[in-house]
Design a protein around this ligand. Structure first.
Ligand SMILES: Cc1cc2nc3c(=O)[nH]c(=O)nc-3n(C[C@H](O)[C@H](O)[C@H](O)COP(=O)(O)O)c2cc1C
Length: 477
């Protein structure tokens, strides 16, 4: 089934048994609490909220979108049963070159079914959730696309930056320093101009997927999404001249002025803490809102990991770290996993086939220092390749049975961090963190004498499983 928009995606997930509809929830915190319970573990269905209290029937919110490996695989147009490690491998292959197909202009699209301009603009007409109990705003943009154009070139950047509802005609936007959207915005401001912006708040989740990635400066995410889909993303022109996904659910068009701010936040963030207080942030003055009949907001709820963000980013980061280790010329890497508990950044586990003395420590230091792995990392664990790095029990078993704390733990101080890390320092302007590398491989000098793992050999196991499966279906291969 070809997925062109969020509705096709929902239909696909419904047919795959991956979606549940919830009627009558309140978008003021209640909806967020429900979603958070669902994202406590992987493989629960995506949630489509309808008949939201106080809003017209049909005005919907989709959440818990990418918290199952089946949905992640289907979103990437891969077979539903692709395993976690196969997803890592698939992304490694894809990210080697990022094939691109430029977007295609079309004259019209479903997003034009309703157009509100000027005095008719009303951002509060949509059921934007207050996601967490102590959030300072309702947020219409969490799984959103923020579309801007570099004033010096034709480069169109798409990023995921949170968008708050201030009132009917004003939205708030938070873009961290260094993000491409911030650099573009500041270029307009330096010229004394407002920054034109388009925000899509419902679309094929593949577009969201790409927009949240650190795609290099001057590379267009719409082109990358086209490459990934295998066909051009269809776009239409709106008030600002910026491209608008033709099948988007709701699109906000406006300008970000330089000298006007409003207090925004706090907002519960991806590490599970209210990361910033309430402080002045840029605003979007809205010129127009377009939306489809019965529009759907695509939400993405940050929360205590695991959350919607950590599941799919885990395998993307794993692929990126693996690729960088390979490019650094380090042999023997068999698997990489960026664990959800660390927001898919802080906890890396690497499986290796040990090839020389010191190999395991080299891998640990390199993984926690390469570009994809360094930012906000806290713990890097290196294990032998008989350990499944995606299986917590196996990793803990390696830590308990193959690691000597006196020899195998290295602490590294004053590393690259973020103020979102509650343990970063100094407290006034947090930038550094301390981290550790744990070598949980069998000691190199005992490789041939280390006690044998007590498990039935593959041939014996195969025979026994074959013989007993009909009466003991739980017996595993
Ligand atoms: C769900 C989600 C929410 C995000 N929220 C923000 C945000 O509010 N502000 C921000 O600067 N980055 C946020 N990010 C991170 C950026 O989207 C990400 O770094 C992306 O690469 C930015 O695009 P850019 O590289 O074109 O700047 C978020 C990412 C995701 C997936």
């Amino acid at each position: 089934m070809a997925v062109q928009d969020l509705r096709d995606w929902i239909a696909l997930m419904e047919s795959a048994g991956e979606l549940r509809t919830v009627r009558g929830a309140d978008s003021d915190v209640e909806l967020g609490v429900i979603v958070d319970q669902f994202q406590r573990r992987m493989e629960l269905p995506a949630l489509l909220f309808d008949e939201i209290k106080g809003y017209p029937k049909g005005f919907r919110v989709l959440a818990n979108t990418l918290t199952s490996s089946r949905r992640i695989a289907l979103t990437l147009r891969l077979p539903a049963e692709t395993s976690k490690m196969e997803l890592v491998q698939a992304w490694r292959q894809y990210a080697k070159q990022y094939p691109k197909i430029p977007p295609r202009w079309v004259s019209d699209g479903p997003v034009n079914e309703n157009i509100r301009r000027g005095k008719d603009v009303d951002l509060t007409a949509f059921p934007a959730p207050t996601w967490h109990e102590h959030d300072g705003n309702r947020y219409i943009g969490t799984g959103c696309l923020v579309i801007q154009k570099d004033p010096d070139s034709n480069w169109v950047n798409v990023g995921v930056y949170r968008v708050a509802v201030h009132d009917q005609k004003i939205a708030g936007i938070y873009i961290s320093p260094g993000k491409h959207g911030r650099l573009i915005m500041e270029k307009y401001w330096a010229r004394g101009q407002d920054c034109p912006v388009v925000v899509s708040v419902g679309h094929d989740p593949m577009l969201f997927f790409v927009a949240g990635l650190e795609i290099p400066y001057s590379v267009g995410e719409l082109d990358v999404a086209g490459g990934l889909k295998g066909e051009a993303v269809q776009i239409i022109e709106g008030e600002t001249g910026l491209p608008i996904p033709a099948t988007a659910e709701i699109v906000i068009e406006g300008r970000i002025p330089r000298d006007e701010t409003r207090d925004e936040g706090p907002f519960g963030e991806w590490l599970g803490y209210y990361a910033s207080g309430r402080s002045p942030a840029p605003i979007i003055k809205i010129d127009a809102i377009r939306y489809r009949n019965n529009p759907i907001i695509m939400g993405n709820l940050p929360g205590i990991p695991p959350n919607d963000d950590t599941y799919y980013r885990g395998f993307l980061r794993s692929a990126a770290v693996w690729e960088e280790l390979q490019q650094a010329g380090i042999p023997g890497i068999k698997a990489v996993w960026a664990h959800e508990a660390g927001g898919s950044r802080m906890l890396l586990t690497i499986a290796i086939q040990q090839m020389y003395p010191g190999h395991s420590k080299q891998v640990g230091f390199a993984a926690g220092s390469c570009h994809a792995g360094a930012y906000a990392n806290r713990i890097t664990i290196v294990v032998d390749d008989d350990i499944d790095v995606t299986n917590d029990h196996q990793v803990w078993w390696a830590l308990c049975s193959r690691m000597d704390p006196a020899l195998d733990i290295e602490v590294v101080k004053r590393c690259w961090s973020t103020s979102l890390d509650p343990m970063s320092y100094p407290r006034e302007k947090p930038v550094f963190n301390n981290r550790m590398v744990i070598d949980a491989c069998r000691p190199w000098e005992r490789l041939s004498t280390f006690p044998k793992v007590m498990e039935a050999g593959p041939e014996l196991k195969r025979k026994v499983v074959e013989k007993w499966r009909s009466v003991l279906p739980e017996i595993t291969d």
